[in-house]
Design a protein around this ligand. Structure first.
Ligand code: ZN
Length: 465
């Protein structure tokens, strides 16, 4: 499209200059050096310092109205900035998060997690991909415009969150408080993955979740297994029996009514998944597993993204120290969680789960179920103008069309933004499946990083026209 080509010529030229690129990498190195682990209280100050660094950086690249917004209820701050000098043009909200996951096990890192280290064409560090590297893509696209044309083709608001990695506990309060400030015509989120280095994708669906804690108990205290073994039910055995009854022998969740609202994939979507997405054998090879597992009748990729799941996340109880202890433990604990797909509602699933747990609790045992959190699944409309602008930007940059895919993950932010702001959201991520986010040796593929900047430059022009 002619107008957008003219708009993007200067910023793209700037973005291709190697002196900018090496400067950007040293800036990213500074950003990564803040150990912004939101889960650990001892890093509270690092998070504040990082927010202040970002605020200064947003000012340096030419953004305005910069604010470090305190998190509600003592939560970590967000950083806000905007540039609203394109009257008559749409307003785009850019979202990213600058907090990161903990780094343990530290021993498994080959380079220090908070010292960005480039090896070949990869940059290794905690946050390199999730999400400091990806939010930096947005900032450098903005800089490319403001340093060359002196303006942006549309209005921009930017919001950088500091507690995404702990599940955005104060998000609802924050969005209620800042709804007016964040109001926009569309939102761009880059906090997801592409299918491969040359296979860009746009995620249009996310699974929701529901987190549960199940405690079973028998006698008030541990019992001697020599004295009572064989005569009283063991809570750990009961817990194992109950867990086994959460699925049927076909790998389906055995809770009555669980699949009632699951929206089936359309044949065309299944066909697209078959053609474009990870294949059975590839997934198994990547995971180093002899076989897959799960719901019969669906491919592994479908099970990972478009079908619901129930996962046991942890089991605790009894004695596992050295030697032997002749004991019948008095209690056992399991954490499990669901991934939910459209149109399953977390509250409804919780209501179906309670009677099922009651029904599978052995008579000699007491059980207590606690729901510890949940988030709805989302489906985003593919045909919105902002989504189509993203498609064109990807085509111009990568010479292929993006694959529309669903992700198996849950981003509570997307669901809440969708609900609070009622605007279209584009999930255009530049991470790669082997970036090892949340794990040791997290990395960002630098060619993808730079092409991400090109894509966002083009996307802004396309959405503005
Ligand atoms: Zn993230």
């Amino acid at each position: 499209m002619v107008p957008s080509l003219a708009t993007t010529a200067l910023p793209l030229h700037y973005c291709f200059q190697s002196k900018q690129r090496s400067r950007w990498l040293s800036q990213l190195t500074e950003l990564i050096a803040f150990p912004t682990i939101s889960a650990l209280p001892q890093h509270r100050k690092d998070i504040t310092f990082c927010a202040q660094w970002l605020a200064r950086h947003l000012a340096e690249i030419g953004l305005q109205h910069i604010q470090v917004l305190p998190g509600p209820k003592g939560g970590h701050p967000s950083v806000y900035a905007d540039w609203l000098q394109a009257p008559g043009k749409p307003t785009l909200l850019l979202y990213g998060h600058y907090d990161v996951q903990p780094v343990d096990p530290l021993k498994e890192w080959r380079t220090p997690p908070f010292k960005a280290t480039i090896i070949g064409d990869k940059l290794f560090a905690r946050g390199a991909s999730d999400d400091k590297g990806q939010l930096f893509i947005h900032l450098k696209a903005i800089e490319s415009y403001l340093r060359t044309s002196g303006s942006l083709p549309l209005n921009i608001k930017i919001w950088l969150e500091g507690e995404e990695e702990i599940g955005s506990p104060n998000l609802s309060a924050f969005l209620n408080r800042e709804a007016k400030q964040l109001q926009a015509d569309a939102v761009l989120v880059s906090d997801t993955e592409m299918l491969g280095p040359n296979r860009p994708s746009i995620i249009y669906g996310l699974r929701g979740n529901l987190n549960c804690e199940l405690e079973v108990s028998g006698s008030r205290h541990d019992l001697h297994s020599g004295r009572y073994g064989g005569a009283v039910h063991n809570p750990l055995q009961a817990l194992s029996e109950m867990i086994a009854r959460l699925h049927d022998h076909k790998g389906r969740v055995a809770i009555p009514g669980f699949y009632g609202r699951v929206r089936e994939l359309e044949p065309a979507q299944r066909q697209e998944i078959r053609c474009s997405c990870a294949r059975h054998q590839q997934i198994l090879t990547d995971l180093d597993l002899p076989a897959g597992w799960g719901e019969a009748g669906y491919s592994l990729f479908e099970r990972m993204t478009s079908r619901p799941a129930l996962t046991i996340n942890g089991i605790a109880g009894g004695y596992t120290g050295p030697g032997a202890k002749s004991v019948i433990p008095s209690r056992g604990l399991a954490h499990f969680s669901f991934r939910l797909v459209p149109d399953q509602e977390p509250t409804e699933i919780a209501q179906l789960l309670r009677p099922h747990i009651a029904a599978i609790t052995p008579p000699a045992i007491r059980s207590r179920l606690k729901i510890t959190g949940g988030s709805r699944p989302v489906l985003l409309p593919i045909r919105s103008s902002v989504m189509q602008a993203a498609v064109r930007a990807v085509q111009q940059t990568w010479a292929v069309s993006p694959v529309f895919t669903r992700s198996g993950g849950t981003i509570p932010l997307v669901e809440q933004l969708h609900r609070h702001l009622r605007v279209p959201i584009v999930l255009l991520g530049f991470g790669l499946p082997n970036d090892d986010i949340h794990a040791p040796n997290e990395k960002m593929n630098l060619p993808t990083f730079f092409r991400g900047i090109e894509t966002v430059i083009r996307f802004m022009a396309e959405y503005a026209t």
